[in-house]
Design a protein around this ligand. Structure first.
Ligand code: FES
Length: 128
């Protein structure tokens, strides 16, 4: 399944908003480096973090077991389902659309996400 990604650091640097409906169109127009913006192919049973690494991406992680927030992303379109995780609140999952990529598999035909979301102000104190 195709997963289009964008680096949170780039969103921040450009002064873009994570909830901007045109965010990925802006990324297209900006001709960003493939480390900041691109598309991955992720198998239905494959963890998003593993797929990103297999394609040579250097995304943040720490525990690889749903126990920290280092690998967190904001899902802006589509769905990622997680195995058991102990780090995100119901509000962060249901309302802020945060997901952990080390325990997250694709659950929709296409997905757009912002990786590197550990730099969100709300998560800063919980990053390992
Ligand atoms: Fe710790 Fe994913 S790396 S939750």
């Amino acid at each position: 399944m195709p997963v289009e990604y964008l680096d949170y650091a780039t969103v921040d640097e450009q002064g873009w908003a994570a909830d901007d409906a045109d965010l990925f169109e802006k990324a297209d127009a900006a001709s960003l480096d493939s480390s900041a913006h691109g598309t991955l192919e992720v198998g239905r049973d494959e963890y998003v973090l593993d797929a990103a690494e297999a394609e040579g991406n250097d995304w943040p992680f720490h525990c690889r077991a749903g126990g920290c927030v280092n690998c967190v992303v904001i899902v802006t379109e589509g769905e990622i389902e997680m195995d058991v995780q102990r780090s995100l609140s119901d509000q962060e999952v249901d309302e802020e659309n945060l997901r952990l990529t080390c325990v997250g598999t694709p659950a929709s035909e296409s997905i757009k996400l912002i990786y590197n979301a550990k730099h969100l102000d709300s998560l800063r104190d919980r990053v390992v």
